[in-house]
Design a protein around this ligand. Structure first.
Ligand code: KOT
Length: 836
């Protein structure tokens, strides 16, 4: 308020408030101005990179105007805000999205054409913002899009990694990781050098009794690292709402200590301090569904939680409201357990700094937080060692002990006969060293816990959180099935399909209310519509075929069945099942008569995805896929009947090309392991059918689109435990067709068999934990069914159209409305014009 312009001067100010461009001419004027002044280039010196930069800056100006207005409205409205804390935001490119959201892509296309550039070339200049690993990070990005599009007052908080997820190169069939330095030119972030937070690490805790005899604690000493805010505008679709994503970067706090060092000739060591501080936000940990307990990761987590909470509390305190109002102003959602330290941090602020009593502080904390669980995989559940936490965050560890004490006393009172319960539910695991169970802490410190698909939300209640359902009752637990934003994953990635749908439904309203897609059902028998639909799918496949030709040097026939599995490489996602199925197909083709080959359905098997750098088994799978491709793609016996492609460096912008081009995509995790999956939704929304297990959101997709429109196979989640047990303790026989596949690998058909020993032995000798053999026959049979179904073009077309028509439920807009209603208790707020 102190910095606002006095009333008498506001008239002059308002006279010059910039106006957003609207015509082609105005767009060109803004773009050329930016190229010639902001970028200091000219028409003699303007490549595609400069044209991208000029275009991005022109659109950025537009966003900023809405952004300012939105933030003003939110500040003055003084109503509850959502804070979405996520260590990952997998945003992808921003320009295309910005152009579509402000509904000016056609204007820009025309303008760029006038200036001598093609829209597609300009868009592809942009570097992906790849601050995430996979589904969890992309979900956060879809949620930001939906919250803005639905006008919810919401902020995202994350880390500004200097290096996002590594770039994947395939060298001799192996994955090689290359650093992803993405910040050379990033017009979408605004450094706020004036918005900083000092974050403390290490040190020790002083405890004393104050004059009234009350126990006090304070955290002293240690070191300070500075957090600097970088703000990214998040535009909503066809609405003036533009929310904020605040990413924290780390810098050394240049206090006197450094200054002294610097002046006393310790230049090098003062620079080293600087660099050490900056490493906190240097790199995204490249593990999906895996936690490795590294100290730097814990530092990242606290750094980001502390900076974000300081910021949230600072904003609340400006309102001059009493603390009891905090929960009517602030809702914080924890994206998995990564931000769980926000719980003890808020308690520390309220108790140590603001002087609240424990009970009042605890009450505020519990009402403020909601926790989303994304996985039940044991190796992904976060635990931090007590000694590490004692060292890095001594006061937080004490607070965690206090939370645990109160909690265990509560449990003891309610379950006096169940002594075992206490050790089972304790936040502290009594191992050596002791460990802090972050999921328990997140659950205890939140008022709601949600899973991300129905099966998953049921599973967490019967497995990892079983005791907690007894303790708190079932109402603390809820389900919010994941969704995706139809703006990026339909309108942007598949503009022709979006247009076709709009032509049938009388406009693009469905992009704001995806359930309107159901109206497509009435056109399912219309001949011309069916042809248009197929033509679009074909054109998208031609585009992907071109990409494959350029990047893999392999010619694929766009008329073949495109079978796609793109996602992080993980044993539980079972890319190995897919590639074994491909080998099975290859062996069949090799032994087929010329007559039979004529009847065979041509197929292109497309894989893509990154393996965590230390995950050997996943890297082996990548290698096997590439080796199989090498053999199959050059085998004249096979020709167009089978091609095997590994697409390098799968990321969001590549997904935008791949997703609209599938006939079938694979979502084939061992039942009960994939919490939801979200790419299943993307493919289906684009008229790609699914082969999948009864896992995650596949089950709800089946319910929505009808079981005749999806290809399900394999064992059920409820039988997995028994099967695993049987493998280990009863006589175990490999599936005979899979055995043939293994024979061919072992005989060296795909290169040095030694390379694949561990992969095969995991199945043959070590219990086949992911049930590859148990599901193989059913998988192969289902793939054969797909071949037959695909040959029947009319049948297939109906399946595609009905799938799209019935996918309305899976919009992330629906998710956000569910969170807003059941967890956050917040209302939308539409930005107002500054009153004149
Ligand atoms: C866990 C630890 C570190 C990094 C990522 C994870 C993680 C990712 N846990 N679950 N996920 C995925 O989240 C998606 C969004 O909810 C789900 O669709 C997917 O099934 C999870 O595997």
């Amino acid at each position: 308020v102190e910095a606002s312009i006095p009333e008498p001067q506001r008239a002059a100010w308002r006279k010059f408030t910039p106006k957003p461009f609207s015509t082609t001419e105005e767009f060109e004027k803004e773009t050329v101005r930016h190229i010639e002044t902001t970028l200091a280039r000219s028409l003699y010196n303007c490549d595609e990179a400069a044209a991208y930069a000029g275009t991005a800056l022109a659109f950025r100006d537009r966003l900023v105007l809405d952004w300012n207005k939105t933030q003003q409205t939110q500040t003055f409205a003084d109503q509850k805000r959502i804070y979405y804390l996520s260590l990952e935001f997998l945003m992808g490119r921003a320009l295309d999205n910005a152009m579509l959201n402000v509904d000016k892509k056609d204007v820009a296309r025309e303008g760029l054409d006038d200036l001598g550039f093609r829209m597609e070339d300009i868009i592809s200049q942009e570097h992906d913002a790849a601050l995430g690993n996979g589904g969890l990070g992309r979900l956060a990005a879809c949620f930001l899009d939906s919250m803005a599009s639905l006008n919810y007052p919401a902020w995202g908080y994350g880390l500004r990694y200097r290096y996002g997820i590594f770039k994947q190169e395939i060298v001799d069939g192996y994955q090689v990781e290359v650093p992803d330095y993405w910040l050379d030119f990033n017009p979408w972030e605004f450094p706020r050098h004036d918005i900083t937070v000092d974050v403390q690490f290490y040190g020790n805790v002083n405890r004393w009794q104050d004059d009234e005899g009350k126990q006090q604690s304070s955290w002293e000493g240690g070191e300070i690292v500075k957090a600097i805010a970088f703000d990214v505008p998040i535009p909503g679709y066809k609405t003036p709402t533009c929310n904020n994503l605040r990413l924290w970067g780390s810098k050394a706090a240049s206090g006197e200590f450094d200054f002294q060092k610097f002046n006393s000739g310790e230049y090098e060591s003062s620079v080293a301090d600087q660099q050490r501080a900056e490493t906190i936000s240097a790199v995204l940990y490249p593990n999906d569904n895996l936690e490795r307990g590294k100290e730097l990761r814990l530092k990242q987590q606290y750094f980001w939680c502390a900076a974000s909470l300081y910021d949230i509390v600072r904003r609340f305190k400006k309102s001059k409201r009493p603390w009891k109002d905090f929960t009517s102003q602030v809702a914080i959602q924890l994206n998995d357990t990564h931000p769980t330290l926000a719980i003890p941090e808020l308690l520390r602020i309220l108790i140590d700094i603001e002087g609240l009593e424990w009970d009042e502080a605890w009450n505020i904390v519990q009402k403020t937080f909601g926790y989303t669980n994304h996985t039940v995989l044991p190796e992904a559940l976060e635990k931090w060692s007590v000694p590490l936490m004692q060292h890095l965050l001594p006061r937080h560890l004490q607070i965690i002990y206090d939370i645990n004490l109160h909690f265990l006393q509560f449990v003891e009172r309610n379950f006096p006969k169940d002594r075992e319960m206490l050790s089972r539910v304790s936040i502290i695991e009594e191992s050596s060293p002791q460990m802090v169970r972050m999921a328990y802490l997140a659950l205890i410190g939140s008022h709601k816990v949600n899973g991300v698909a129905e099966l998953h939300s049921d599973l967490i209640k019967t497995t990892i959180f079983k005791d907690f359902v007894k303790i708190y009752g079932p109402d603390k637990f809820t389900n919010v099935t994941n969704g995706i934003t139809p703006r990026r994953w339909l309108h942007q990635a598949n503009p022709r399909l979006s247009e076709l749908i709009a032509s049938k439904l009388g406009g693009h309203e469905f992009l704001k209310d995806l359930t309107l897609l159901h109206k497509l059902e009435s056109f399912v028998d219309e001949k011309e519509f069916r042809k248009d639909f197929r033509d679009i799918k074909y054109a998208n496949k031609v585009r992907l075929a071109k990409h494959i030709k350029e990047h893999n040097g392999v010619t694929v026939n766009p008329a073949a069945l495109f079978d796609v599995q793109v996602k992080r490489i993980h044993e539980y996602k079972r890319q190995q099942l897919n590639i074994f199925g491909v080998i099975h197909r290859y062996l069949q083709l090799k032994s087929m008569s010329a007559e039979d080959k004529k009847k065979a359905q041509p197929r292109v098997s497309i894989f893509g995805g990154k393996a965590a750098p230390g995950y050997w088994m996943a890297k082996t799978v990548i290698h096997l896929v590439n080796q199989v491709g090498k053999v199959v793609n050059s085998d004249p016996d096979v020709g167009d009947l089978l091609k095997v492609i590994f697409l390098e460096d799968y990321n969001v912008s590549k997904a935008e090309i791949i997703t609209p081009a599938s006939d079938i995509s694979e979502h084939i995790s061992t039942a009960g392991t994939e919490a939801s999956g979200t790419s299943n939704m993307k493919f289906c929304l684009n008229g790609g059918l699914i082969i999948g297990t009864c896992d995650g959101a596949n089950i709800e997709i089946t319910r929505e689109i009808g079981e005749q429109n999806i290809f399900l196979f394999g064992n059920l989640a409820e039988d997995v435990e028994d099967l695993r047990h049987a493998h280990l303790y009863e006589k175990y026989e490999l599936d005979p067709q899979l055995a043939k596949v293994f024979e061919s690998i072992r005989s060296g058909t795909f290169g040095d068999a030694g390379q694949f020993g561990a992969l095969l032995n995991g199945i043959v000798e070590h219990g086949d934990y992911y049930l590859v053999s148990d599901d193989f026959a059913s998988y192969v049979k289902t793939q054969e069914l797909i071949d037959e179904s695909f040959k029947n073009t009319e049948e297939w077309t109906s399946k595609m159209i009905l799938s799209v028509a019935r996918m309305g439920f899976f919009s992330s807009d629906r998710c956000i409305d569910e969170y807003a209603e059941a967890i956050w208790n917040v209302e939308p707020l539409v930005p107002k014009e500054d009153e004149k």
